[in-house]
Ligand binder design. Structure first.
Ligand code: SIN
Length: 275
């Protein structure tokens, strides 16, 4: 197994390993160590199908919950991140986020398996939130450590949200509903449960307020913080290859989709890894 760091703040490409067959425990333990070190891994040269994607996800910790996705036919835990070539609805997941941060137990990680990759565009961006926190002045760290963030999926998945009843013509199977209105308080700065490193958990988007602050003050703090969280110095741009599986650590990075592939189809199969 060869690990080639991306050269950016996080991310590495792993080659020389075949994830399509049985996965022994020592291989999975080695992959987990590399994943915790680099936060985003691309496994290149893969020929994985949905069975292999499920086996790998189970080996990495089991399936996490996917509250607002309809799974693909015949599978309970795989969703398609899909955009047809002629689709005109707004891009899915174009804002920075960490997956399902409003759940009681947000997922540890997410896997995306390349199915249909455009010839250009459609990169996925990752922003390292452990590096972003570490680079802050001590005084700012102390202030942020005292904040409790209020998370909710309402802006995206409630009936009036981005993917709610106004969202027509989308090929992805999203099921918005009232449960997205729920809120959940989480510390803004969290220690990574496996490495103990402190990082900024989630961002404006799923974070809709701060306990003890007016909306105006909270959005001013969160807006300024998001600009820092997504600064170029903390971002790795992943360019997709058609034989890749990518796995990221939701406890350590934010991510977002990008466009730039108009007129081409893009499909990835996604699983979440339970915490
Ligand atoms: C996602 O947020 O799961 C999708 C990322 C992408 O489409 O690049």
């Amino acid at each position: 197994m060869k690990v080639q760091p991306s050269g950016a703040v996080c991310g590495a490409t792993v080659s020389g390993v075949d994830l399509s067959g049985e996965l022994d425990a020592s291989l999975i333990a080695e992959i987990r160590d590399i994943w915790l070190a680099h936060r985003v891994l691309e496994f290149s040269g893969q020929s994985m199908d949905d069975d292999a994607l499920e086996r790998f996800t189970l080996a990495m910790g089991g399936f996490g919950e996917d509250p607002f996705f309809e799974p693909i036919t015949g599978r309970r835990n795989i969703a398609a991140i899909l955009r047809e070539a002629d689709e005109t609805s707004p891009l899915f997941a174009e804002n920075w986020h960490t997956d399902w941060s409003f759940l009681p137990k947000p997922p540890a990680g997410t896997c995306l398996l390349a199915i249909d990759i455009p010839t250009y565009g459609g990169d996925t961006l990752f922003a390292d939130q452990i590096a972003a926190f570490a680079a802050l002045p001590d005084e700012r760290k102390t202030f942020l450590r005292g904040l409790t963030a209020i998370h909710s999926a309402k802006g995206a998945y409630s009936p009036d949200g981005t993917y709610g009843k106004k969202d027509t013509g989308r090929s992805m199977a999203i099921k918005a509903d009232e449960s997205a209105l729920a809120t959940r308080a989480q510390p803004l700065i969290q220690k990574h449960p496996e490495t103990g490193e402190e990082g900024i958990f989630s961002c404006a988007g799923y974070i809709i307020g701060l306990e003890g602050y007016s909306d105006e003050d909270a959005f001013s703090i969160l807006g300024e913080l998001l600009a820092w969280q997504s600064s170029d110095a903390f971002v790795y741009t992943h360019k997709w290859n058609s034989d890749s599986l990518v796995m990221w650590d939701n406890r350590a990075v934010l991510h977002r989709a990008t466009g730039g592939y108009e007129g081409q189809r893009r499909e990835l199969h996604r699983t979440t890894i339970a915490a």
